[in-house]
Write a protein that binds this ligand. Structure first.
Ligand code: IMP
Ligand code: MG
Length: 181
């Protein structure tokens, strides 16, 4: 199987992602300028890793990064409760948090993680998501910063997976229907 040959169409190109990350980085630099000593970037494993690495290069402030892994996904359907697979290494008490996610779909993951971070004593939590799929929302939550809005289709690439594969594609795409069969 050739690399990328299972992709039906590209929704967001590598170049578009890079450009959008520059814009978001500039916006975030402005937004966090005042409290730069408290900026903690929390990324949700594993999907947000490529986005995190592209984005933090463009945030021109001192910051720390930490990771959490929560599970909410099995195949292509989102399930209700989230389970903490890996908790943060550092304390979030009094920190100004930027939560980095790959996509906001039903909204449950970000809703639950945000609640959790506030319970742990975070001063403020803002969310940046590479993608937003608003049509699928079941929880009333929005990201503060969004890279691209995508239609109600299952997407892969740039961190997003289908059964743990395709995360390494440098763009966001839709798989050919036969891949799911
Ligand atoms: P939510 O809790 O329903 O918002 O789901 C968020 C998580 O579901 C994301 O972090 C992704 O891991 C996964 N997810 C949602 N939609 C897609 C998709 O289209 N492709 C790949 N993963 C997805
Ligand atoms: Mg995820």
């Amino acid at each position: 199987m050739m690399f990328g040959s299972e992709i039906d169409k590209v929704l967001v190109s590598e170049e578009q992602i890079r450009e959008r990350c520059k814009e978001l980085g500039a916006e975030l630099t402005k937004a966090y300028e005042q409290e730069a000593d408290k900026l903690l970037v929390v990324a949700l494993l594993k999907g947000s890793v490529p986005f995190l690495s592209e984005l933090i290069k463009r945030i021109e402030l001192p910051l720390e990064i930490d990771f959490m892994d929560v599970s909410s996904y099995d195949g292509t359907e989102s399930i209700g409760d989230i389970k903490i697979i890996k908790d943060l290494d550092c304390s979030v008490k009094g920190m100004d948090i930027l939560l980095v996610e790959d996509i906001i779909d039903t909204g449950r993951t970000v809703y639950e993680v945000k609640k959790l971070l506030y319970n742990k004593g975070a001063q403020r939590v803002r969310v940046v998501s590479l993608l937003d799929k608003p049509e699928r929302r079941v929880v009333n939550i929005e990201a503060d910063y969004v890279g691209y809005v995508v239609p109600n289709e299952f997407v892969v690439g740039f961190g997003l997976d289908y059964n743990q594969k395709y995360r390494n594609l440098p763009y966001i795409g839709v798989l050919k229907p036969e891949v799911y069969q």
